[in-house]
Design a protein around this ligand. Structure first.
Ligand code: COA
Length: 220
């Protein structure tokens, strides 16, 4: 390739990069929306599954199989929420609840908001909605794990009242340690239908090969 061709190609690349940056800036500039423009819906069926998977796969370090996603959303559809802006899915939270060492507790498995929509309270709203359902369902506490390096998530959960209960050495497949975070509620009486659900959940996760690693560590 001649020197002038290389130079032309270089200039073209520079132009493309400039356009990409300008497009991103334009996208963020266009994102002047009111909080009321975000619609929050609970998991509504199979059509939501690819949206959740797309967001989580692109933003979380831990890989999950479709069985894992189905485990959560089929058993606890009322605990998973999606945030939409003008029809586009911009955030999601996926959770479960069940009996654990004589307590009935909620667990936040996945939480993602796409980059251009961060810092606008969307994750807070998603998590708060899930926690609200957990409380109404009789949970006494909520737990989750977050990478010790994930400043954003740690700040968000700290602001919601979660405390660091444990440090889990090399917890993630990428070798990073985790903090187990915990939020305690006042302890209401467990609703009878939830006791039945908890029994069913327990047998399910002891026999299921597809439970994510954090779930396995929870039951020991
Ligand atoms: C973590 C994440 C879900 C936060 O989403 P978000 O919609 O931006 O969060 P919110 O706007 O509700 O933030 C609420 C509070 O959390 C804290 N926070 C959120 N992101 C932060 C960051 N990057 N740095 C510092 N604090 C942060 C702030 O205190 C914020 O309140 P403020 O805006 O009033 O200061 C988002 O950054 C994300 O999807 N990250 C990648 C996936 C991930 O890490 N998920 C969590 C796994 S445990």
């Amino acid at each position: 390739m001649s020197t002038s061709n290389i130079l032309t190609e270089f200039l073209n690349m520079e132009e493309t990069n400039k356009n990409t940056v300008e497009n991103q800036e334009e996208e963020e500039e266009n994102l002047k929306f009111q909080a009321s423009e975000i619609d929050y819906v609970s998991y509504g069926g199979e059509h939501h599954l690819p949206l959740i998977m797309g967001l989580v796969d692109s933003e979380l370090s831990e890989p999950y199989s479709i069985f894992t996603y189905r485990y959560f959303v089929y058993l606890w559809p009322q605990l998973s929420f999606l945030a939409f802006h003008r029809g586009k899915c911009v955030g999601t939270v996926v959770c479960k609840m069940g009996e654990h060492r004589n307590t009935f507790r909620g667990y936040i498995a996945m939480l993602v908001v796409i980059k251009p929509y961060r810092g606008r309270g969307i994750a807070t709203e998603l998590v708060t909605r899930s926690i609200q359902v957990m409380m109404e369902s009789g949970c006494e506490e909520v737990t989750l794990e977050a990478e010790v390096t994930n400043k954003g998530a740690l700040a968000l959960y700290g602001g919601l009242g979660f405390v660091r209960a444990k440090r889990l050495f090399r917890y993630y497949l990428n070798g990073v340690d985790a903090f187990r975070l915990k939020l305690l509620f006042p302890s209401p009486l467990l609703h009878p239908s939830l006791s039945m659900m908890a029994e069913r959940d327990d047998s399910h996760w002891h026999n299921n090969d597809h439970i994510p690693i954090e779930e396995c560590s929870e039951v020991h």
